[in-house]
Write a protein that binds this ligand. Structure first.
Ligand code: JFZ
Length: 426
């Protein structure tokens, strides 16, 4: 049985935090830059355990304050936070009895995951954990490290029952209510082990959701490929992860930052197909959120404060016969509100139109200001098409995404293309 995903599908926007020993390296090893995403530096540069493990003795994020993260996430409009408790490198940010390779044995010496869990509980934020269930480059039997350990000597079940399962039990026992557990890179993990992992989670916390990367469609929701939005609306719960630059882990020289407008556009684009955006933050070794990330997200937060209503609680709705030339739509079924996200503001006549909405509109206004907008709904007899025209203010109110609210008289109903004059059997 799948757990209830309502809180998740209503949430629409979450934060994932990639933080660990790789954050200390910040993308470079012995003067060379990591070839790809920086949390993979150990594997991609084949750093031996003898050289990588001692980084734990440098882990001392003196600026770290979990509450600040949670408050920022709230201010930015996010509803849940996922923290890497153990990424592929095997280092644990939590107090684990299963492995010494953890935060308690660093100069910092405090359980980071507990600090996040407590801060979330205090601030009313849903707390979630990321756990790399298959790859573990520190464990001789974990997957992925074939430069320190010989592949043929590996016994994956030994790692699975000796470390993975006990640690997942710790996470689900010692940190209060966990909103969801985010597994990753299941590769060729045998299906029976994935099922066991799922059962362990559900036994300890039946309400805890599991992401799709547990494998074999055993999750409660699906993860789309990083930074991808599905073309068609996807009926089940889903989430798309996204980075603000090109790395999940902190990278000091990566300046390919996204524009705030990209994040906002993606948010409404994902919500219009029924999904969530999971946005990454990669703190540095001191525990500080990179300045560019804060700047981008403060802008996103300003938009969310005024327009978040157009996303939270929305779900998929019948597809319109044509994509809108001006942007996309989200729909709140409970409130019977259709939100028009105007991403491309009409330059000459400030009018946007759409074909196919059958339901009558009661009221139309700008979400950010409440200012009413004029609209007309007409039915074109000969072409059998429902037409909607909305007149926007002459000046564009929001160059990124101007949201128009249409309060509908009933549940949304949409024409299908083949109901009109193009139907084959007409
Ligand atoms: C994985 C991790 O390897 C990576 O370090 C990071 O944690 C990210 C969130 O997840 O990388 C993936 C996994 C799956 C896809 C892309 C990157 N995918 O399906 O496109």
């Amino acid at each position: 049985m799948r757990s209830n995903t309502k809180w998740f599908t209503d949430a629409k926007f979450g934060m994932i935090i990639h933080w660990g020993l790789y954050s200390i390296l910040a993308g470079s090893w012995k003067g060379k830059e990591a070839p790809r995403t920086c949390e993979w530096i150990m594997r991609n540069m084949r750093i031996s355990l003898d050289e990588y493990r001692p980084l734990a003795q440098q882990f001392c994020p003196t600026q770290f304050d979990a509450r600040e993260y949670v408050r920022k996430a709230k201010k930015w409009g996010m509803k849940y936070i996922v923290v890497t408790t153990k990424h592929h490198d095997g280092f644990c940010l939590f107090d684990t009895k299963v492995s010494d390779y953890n935060v308690m044995n660093t100069p910092y010496g405090k359980d980071i995951i507990k600090e996040f869990a407590d801060a979330c509980a205090e601030e009313g934020m849903v707390f979630c954990v990321y756990y790399s269930q298959m790859q573990d480059w520190e464990d001789p039997n974990g997957d992925g490290n074939d430069w320190d350990f010989d592949k043929k000597d590996k016994d994956f079940r030994k790692y699975f029952y000796g470390k993975c399962i006990p640690q997942v039990k710790e996470l689900l026992t010692n940190y209060g209510k966990i909103g969801l557990i985010w597994f990753d890179t299941p590769y060729d993990m045998p299906v029976e082990l994935c099922r066991e992992l799922r059962d362990v989670v559900k036994e300890l916390q039946p309400e805890c959701l599991i992401n799709g990367r547990i494998g074999y469609n055993l999750g409660d929701f699906r993860n789309m490929a990083d930074n991808c939005i599905p073309h068609d609306p996807y009926a089940g719960a889903w989430e798309s992860p996204m980075t603000l630059n090109t790395s999940w882990g902190y990278c000091e020289y990566d300046n390919h930052w996204a524009e705030p407008s990209e994040v906002i556009t993606r948010l409404s684009g994902i919500a219009s197909k029924g999904g969530n955006l999971l946005l990454n933050i990669g703190p540095d070794a001191d525990g500080v959120i990179p300045e560019p990330s804060v700047k981008i997200m403060d802008e996103v937060g300003k938009w969310m404060e005024k327009n978040g209503e157009s996303l939270y609680g929305t779900s998929t709705f019948p597809t319109f016969p044509y994509d809108a030339s001006w942007g996309n739509m989200t729909y709140n079924a409970e409130e019977k509100k259709l939100y028009l996200h105007v991403l491309r503001y009409p330059v000459i006549t400030p009018k946007i139109s759409s074909i196919g909405l059958k339901t009558r509109i009661k009221k139309a206004y700008l979400l950010a200001t409440g200012e009413p907008v004029k609209f007309s709904q007409t039915y074109e007899q000969a072409r059998e098409e429902e037409r909607l025209a909305v007149t926007l203010p002459a000046e564009c109110p929001d160059p990124v995404d101007t949201v128009v609210v249409l309060e509908l008289e009933g549940d949304i109903q949409v024409q299908k293309l083949n109901e009109g004059c193009y139907a084959e059997n007409n």
